[in-house]
Every structure is written in C-alpha cells, then in structure tokens.
Design a protein around this ligand. Structure first.
Ligand code: 0O2
Length: 225
C-alpha cells in the first residue's frame, strides 16, 4: 500500500490549501471574464441595431466595422503593475477599465461623433468618461474617441454593471493605430526619436486626409442624420 505514497516529504498541510486557493482564484477570474464577454455581446448588439437602423433609413452606414476583444492576462498584469495597484479583484475592476473592449470604425469623422451620441442616448448605458483623442490627440499622434461606459447586463437572476471601453475612430485613424501598434510590438515598445517623428508625421497625414474626406462627404450631402 505504501507504494502509493509518492513523496512523504511533501507537506500536504502546506500544498493542498494553496491549490484550493488557486482553483478559487481561477474560477473567480473566469467568472469576471464571462461578465465582460457578456457586456461586449450586449454593446455589440446595440451597435449592430443602430447600424441596421441607419442603413435602413439613410441608405448608407456610419459604421464600417465593429470588433471586440477581452484584454489578455499579460496585458492586465502589465497595467496593474504600471498603476501599482494591488492584485485583488476589486482593484482589478477599478484600475483596468478596458478588460472589455469594443472598437467601432467609421468612414467619416462626423460619423464617429454621431455613433457616440447614439450610444449616450441608450437608457442602460451610463457614460463614465469620454476621452477625445481626436480633438486632443496624444503626443505621439494617436487619435480616437474613447467612451468608458457602464453597461447593465442582466443574467438569469441578477443584473450587473460592467465597464466597457468603446473606441470609435475613422478608417484612417485605425490604419495609423494598428500599424503603430504592430511596429511598437516589433520594437519591444521602444521607438527612436526619428521613428517617433515619422509616426507623428504619418498621423498628421491621416488627419489631413480625414478632413478632406469629411469635406467631400459634405459636398455629397452624406452628413444627413
Ligand atoms: P490593448 O492592446 O488595446 O489592450 P486608463 O484606461 O484610463 O486607466 P490608459 O490605458 O493609459 O489608462 O488609457 P488610454 O491611453 O485611453 O488607452 C487605452 C487604449 O487605447 C490602449 O489600450 C490602446 O488600445 C489604445 N491606445 C492608447 N494610446 C495608444 C497609442 O498611442 N497607440 C495605439 N496604437 N493605441 C493606443 P492598451 O492597454 O494600451 O492596449
């Protein structure tokens, strides 16, 4: 019978409780991710309804595409460490407000603000913060409109308010942001001053193109809402 005891030196009093704690944390983490996935589905459904409604009545669309993501574990840990936040679940939801992320890409700058206004009007969405990086671009040239919202998600016997970050931007802004993100990833998040300047210059070119395209939209009477 003693053959089944693999290693008597392992102190079960120490190791077993740790394992149970770990499983509990893993379960809570999965539950938190599930809540955020549900919130993403709800926000995406709202956006798709707005998109369909607009297409129906105007024969064009202010939304080119909608995508979403749940923030990766590594990215969450990186942000918590950067903010010096303690590793607890309440600190996590307080400090990382983009666990659930939805990105909306629009043809014209005016569409970005139109979509934002439509979202603000939704009765079960509460706007927590608006970061307008279009009117106030980041130092590196990043442009996008960010809405941090609380979305009320209803489950079988409980309702939960879940925070979602909605990024709304034009195709040109998205082109720049996605490219910059890839370059930053390749360069391990460090850019030379020369590369920073080139990227900023490209961001200005995109902004100029957006302005011209917006003017064209006016000429073609596409700004009718
Ligand atoms: P990922 O890969 O999308 O998860 P806060 O959320 O207010 O506590 P934070 O995170 O500094 O603080 O907010 P901010 O600056 O509004 O950025 C949130 C997200 O916007 C980022 O998430 C990016 O998705 C995007 N973003 C912001 N600045 C840039 C930029 O310079 N370039 C690009 N490409 N994207 C940017 P994460 O967590 O950085 O990344």
């Amino acid at each position: 019978m003693n053959d089944y005891i693999v290693d008597e030196s392992i102190d079960e009093e120490i190791y077993l409780p740790n394992t149970i704690d770990y499983l509990d944390i893993e379960r809570q983490y999965k539950q938190l991710m599930f809540l955020h996935e549900a919130a993403i589905e709800q926000v995406t459904a709202k956006l798709n309804i707005l998109k369909g409604e607009f297409q129906f009545s105007n024969d064009r669309n202010p939304i080119s595409s909608i995508s979403s993501r749940i923030k990766s574990k590594e990215s969450i840990i990186y942000k918590m460490e950067k903010k010096g936040a303690p590793f607890t679940f309440s600190a996590l939801t307080e400090n990382v407000r983009d666990i659930a992320g939805v990105r909306v890409i629009c043809p014209f700058i005016e569409d970005v603000y139109y979509v934002a206004r439509m979202l603000v009007r939704q009765p079960d969405i509460e706007i927590i913060e608006v970061k307008d990086y279009i009117r106030n671009p980041k130092e590196n040239g990043y442009r996008s409109l960010h809405l941090i919202v609380k979305n009320n998600v209803t489950f079988s016997n409980v309702s939960k308010e879940v925070t979602v970050e909605i990024q709304i931007r034009t195709i040109a802004m998205d082109f720049w942001a996605c490219t910059e993100h890839q370059l930053r990833y390749k360069k391990d998040k460090e850019f030379s001053l020369e590369a920073q300047n080139k990227l900023k210059y490209c961001a200005e070119l995109m902004a100029e193109a957006d302005k011209e395209i917006q003017n064209l939209a006016g000429d073609f009477d596409l700004n009718q809402w």
